[in-house]
Design a protein around this ligand. Structure first.
Ligand code: IVH
Length: 676
C-alpha cells in the first residue's frame, strides 16, 4: 500500500472515531473546523483515486442521486409493536396476566427504556458492514431506505466502531428509532423561518418526511439521529440472552443506545421509576411518549408469545398528555437575522410538566389568522422538552366577547420602517438593512459555529458591540481595537486578547463558511458548499447573473434571486469592500471533478426504463465517471434522457420538452467507449 493510500486509511479511521465521539457519545474531541479539514483532505484523495472509495468511507454520507421509488425489503423476523399500559394499575395487571401464563415471571427482572416518539428502522450488517436499512412497513415487509439512512451520522457504517475485542455475528440485524432532538428541531425551524419558508409542525413528522425522501441529499440536510434498542436477528455468532446485556453489547459495538435505560429486580421498583419519569420526561433531549418495560430474560420473553403484533413480554407505559390551557395576554414580534418577523405569544404563566411557561411560539402571522387566535383568548398550549412551547388552538367556547383580533404590524418593531411581504412566502420582512435587531442577529449568525466559528463572541457581547456603536456590520469586527473592548463592561485583558485572536483566526476560514456567514436568505450549508465549488471568490459570485446561478443543481429561482439581490444592496457592497480590505477574502479551488476531462462535463442526464446490458446504477456510475450529472426527473435543464424498455412518464415528458432521448449504445458511443 503506498503512502497516499495509507493516509486515506488513517483519515477514514480518524474521521470514524470523531464521528462516533460527536454523534454517538455526544462528546466531540476536535472542533468542527478541524473535522472539516480532515474530511476535505479525505475527499481530495478520493477525488484523485475514486477506485479507493469504500462503502464505509466517512465521505459517503452526503446522499446519493435520487431514486424513483423504494424497493421492498422482507424483515428477517417480524418487527413487532407494543401494547400500552396507562398508569401503575394497568402495569400490575399486565404482570399478573403473564405471571398466570408462566410462574417464572414472578422472579423476573425488568429492563426499562425511554419510548422514543420517532420512526422504527431496521439496519442490516454483513461482516460488520452496514449493507441495508429499511422502514418498519407492515412489520413483515418494509421499504429500502438505505441511501437515506447512510446520511445519519449516528449510524455506524462499520461495526465494531472501536476495537476488534467483540466478535460480531456475520449477519446482524438491529432495530432502532430515528428522531430529531428538540434542540435540532428548533434550529431547523429557525433556519426555515429565516429563509422565509414554512416551519415544521413537529419533530416526528419532520423525521418521517426526511426518511421517506427519494433524494437522500435532502435527507442529509435534516438533523436526524437514532437510538438502537433491539437485536432483530443474528446469524453466525453469539449475542447475549438478556435485554440489558444486549443494550450493553450494542453500545460496545458503537451503536447509540439510550443512557436512560435501567434494570430492576421486581415490578414495584420498576413502576416507581417509570412513573417518576412522568415529571422529568422533559429532561430527555427528544420527544418520548412513555417508557417501555421489558422482561429482561429473552428466553422467557420468547416463550410468553405474541398477541396480534404485540409481544406479551413488554408494555409501553404511556405518559399522560401534556396539553394545558392558559390565557394569551399579548403577541410580541421578534425580528430575525434576515428580517423575518416572528410572532411570539405572551402567556399567563402556567406549569406544564413541572416547568413554568410564559412564552410560546405562534409560527407565523398566517397561523394566527387561520386559527383565528385573538388576544385575551384561552389557548391550548403544548410543551415538549426543550422545545419552545407552542399554541395548538384557541378555546373558542371560552370566549367572553372581550377578545381582540390580532392585526400584524405594518412597521418593524425594532426600527419602525415599513415591513414587506414577498410573493409566495408566508413570512413578513423588515427590509431595512441597518435595522439594529437584524444587525445583532446577523453578527450572531456570522460568528456561529457553522459559519465563521469565532469562539468567545456570544450574543451578550454582540449586543454590547452593536449598542456601543463599535460594530455596524460584520466587517467592523476585524477593525476592533483592544482599547475598544477594554472600555466595555466585563472585559479584561485576557478576554479582549482571546476575542481579538478568535476574530483574526476567522479571517482564514474557507469561502463556503464566509458565504454561510453572509446570511443570504436560503443559503445554508449545502448551497454555500455548491457556490464555493463553482466560484473562486465573492467577486466571481457577485458577477454571476441569476440565470447562471439557477443552472447550478440545487439552486432554484428564489435562492438565485436572493443571492443577486443581496449583492445589489449598497449596505452589503460597502461591507464586502471592508471585508476585502481587512483581508477576509478566501478563495476556493473550483471543483476539480467537474473540470476533469470527462466527455460528459456539464451535461445532465436522466435514466429511465430497463437498459439492455447495464443496470441502472451502473449507468449512473458510468455517466458520473465521465463528468456528467444524473438527476431524478426530466426538466428543461436535462441534456439527455437515457431510455430503456418500459420508460414510462419520463419519456413522455422528455419528448414534450424536446430533450434528446438516447439508448445505452448511443450513450456509450457519445463517450467514445466501444460497447462490447
Ligand atoms: S420495543 C418487541 N423499545 O414504540 C419490540 N419500542 O408503540 C417492540 N419504540 O413500534 C418494540 N422506543 O417504534 C421498543 N425502547 C423502545 C422503543 C420502542 C420507541 C417504538 C417502536 C414501536 C412503538 C410501539
Amino acid at each position: 500500500m503506498n503512502d497516499l493510500h495509507q493516509r486515506l486509511d488513517t483519515l477514514c479511521e480518524e474521521l470514524r472515531q470523531h464521528n462516533y465521539h460527536y454523534h454517538v457519545l455526544d462528546a466531540p474531541i476536535i472542533s468542527d473546523g478541524e473535522y472539516d479539514r480532515l474530511l476535505h483532505e479525505l475527499k481530495a484523495i478520493e477525488a484523485e483515486h475514486p477506485e479507493w472509495i469504500t462503502a464505509d468511507s466517512p465521505s459517503q454520507r452526503a446522499g446519493a442521486p435520487p431514486s424513483d421509488k423504494f424497493e421492498k425489503v422482507r424483515h428477517p423476523a417480524p418487527i413487532l409493536s407494543l401494547a400500552n399500559a396507562f398508569g401503575a394499575e394497568d402495569t400490575r395487571a399486565w404482570v399478573e396476566r403473564i405471571r398466570k401464563l408462566d410462574e417464572r415471571v414472578s422472579e423476573a427482572q425488568f429492563t426499562v427504556e425511554p419510548k422514543i416518539d420517532g420512526l422504527t428502522v431496521v439496519l442490516h450488517y454483513r461482516d460488520g458492514l452496514f449493507v441495508q436499512g429499511a422502514t418498519r412497513g407492515d412489520g413483515e415487509i418494509g421499504e429500502d431506505i438505505t441511501a437515506n439512512l447512510r446520511t445519519i451520522k449516528a449510524i455506524p457504517l462499520r461495526i465494531p466502531v472501536n476495537s476488534t475485542q467483540y466478535s460480531i455475528p456475520e449477519y446482524f440485524v438491529v432495530r432502532g428509532e430515528v428522531f430529531i432532538t428538540h434542540a435540532d428541531f428548533e434550529i431547523l425551524n429557525q433556519r426555515q423561518a429565516e429563509a422565509g419558508e414554512k416551519t415544521y409542525q413537529n419533530p416526528r413528522n419532520t423525521a418521517a418526511g426526511a426518511l421517506r425522501q427519494l433524494d437522500s441529499r435532502i435527507t442529509a440536510t435534516r438533523p436526524l439521529t437514532l437510538l438502537i434498542y433491539q437485536i432483530v436477528h443474528a446469524e453466525g455468532g453469539e449475542v447475549p440472552a438478556s435485554q440489558w446485556e444486549r443494550l450493553e453489547y450494542l453500545r460496545e459495538l458503537g451503536f447509540p443506545v439510550s443512557s436512560d435505560s435501567r434494570r430492576f429486580d421486581e415490578i414495584e421498583e420498576t413502576i416507581s421509576f417509570v412513573s417518576g419519569w412522568e415529571e422529568t420526561k422533559d429532561k430527555l433531549p427528544y420527544e418520548a411518549d412513555g417508557m417501555v418495560i421489558k422482561i429482561d430474560d429473552l428466553t422467557l420473553s420468547d416463550s410468553l408469545g405474541i398477541v396480534g403484533k404485540d409481544p406479551r413480554s413488554a408494555v409501553a407505559y404511556k405518559f399522560p398528555s401534556q396539553v394545558v390551557t392558559t390565557q394569551l395576554l399579548d403577541i410580541n414580534v421578534e425580528v430575525g437575522r434576515t428580517g423575518v418577523l416572528t410572532p411570539k405569544a405572551v402567556l399567563e404563566a402556567v406549569e406544564i410538566n413541572g416547568v413554568i411557561v410564559r412564552n410560546a411560539t405562534l409560527h407565523n402571522f398566517d397561523f394566527i389568522a387561520e386559527k383565528d387566535i385573538r388576544i385575551g383568548d384561552s389557548v391550548l398550549v403544548k410543551r415538549a422538552g426543550e422545545v419552545i412551547p407552542y399554541i395548538i388552538a384557541p378555546v373558542t367556547e371560552a370566549r367572553s366577547g372581550g377578545e381582540r383580533p390580532y392585526i400584524p404590524p405594518s412597521l418593524c418593531p425594532a426600527c419602525e420602517q415599513p415591513v414587506e411581504h414577498l410573493e409566495g412566502e408566508v413570512a413578513w420582512y423588515c427590509v431595512n438593512a441597518a435595522c439594529p435587531a437584524q444587525l445583532i442577529r446577523n453578527i450572531e449568525h456570522y460568528v456561529s459555529r457553522g459559519a465563521m466559528d469565532i469562539a468567545g463572541l456570544g450574543i451578550k457581547i454582540v449586543e454590547q458591540l452593536v449598542e456601543e456603536g463599535l460594530v455596524g456590520d460584520v466587517a467592523d469586527l476585524y477593525t476592533l481595537r483592544k482599547e475598544d473592548l477594554l472600555a466595555l463592561e466585563g472585559f479584561k485583558e485576557k478576554k479582549a486578547d482571546n476575542l481579538l485572536a478568535g476574530i483574526s483566526i476567522s479571517a482564514n476560514q474557507p469561502l463556503n463558511r464566509l458565504i454561510i456567514g453572509l446570511g443570504i436568505r436560503g443559503v445554508g450549508e449545502s448551497v454555500a458548499a455548491d457556490l464555493a465549488q463553482h466560484y473562486v471568490d465573492l467577486d466571481a459570485l457577485r458577477a454571476t447573473p441569476q440565470t447562471d446561478l439557477e443552472a447550478i443543481e440545487g439552486i432554484g429561482p428564489n435562492i438565485a434571486a436572493a443571492i443577486v439581490d443581496w449583492f445589489l444592496l449598497p449596505f452589503n457592497q460597502q461591507m464586502l469592500g471592508k471585508l476585502h480590505d481587512a483581508g477576509v477574502w478566501p478563495t476556493s479551488t473550483v471543483n476539480t471533478t467537474q473540470a476533469s476531462p470527462g466527455k460528459f462535463n456539464g451535461l445532465s442526464f436522466v435514466v429511465t426504463g430497463t437498459l439492455p446490458k447495464m443496470t441502472r446504477s451502473e449507468v449512473k456510475e458510468f455517466i458520473q465517471s465521465q463528468g456528467g450529472k444524473v438527476t431524478g426527473s426530466v426538466s428543461k435543464k436535462t441534456d439527455y434522457l437515457v431510455a430503456g424498455e418500459n420508460p414510462g412518464s419520463k419519456l413522455v415528458k422528455a419528448e414534450a420538452l424536446g430533450v434528446k432521448v438516447i439508448g445505452e449504445e448511443e450513450l456509450l458511443s457519445l463517450s467514445d467507449i466501444p460497447s462490447s
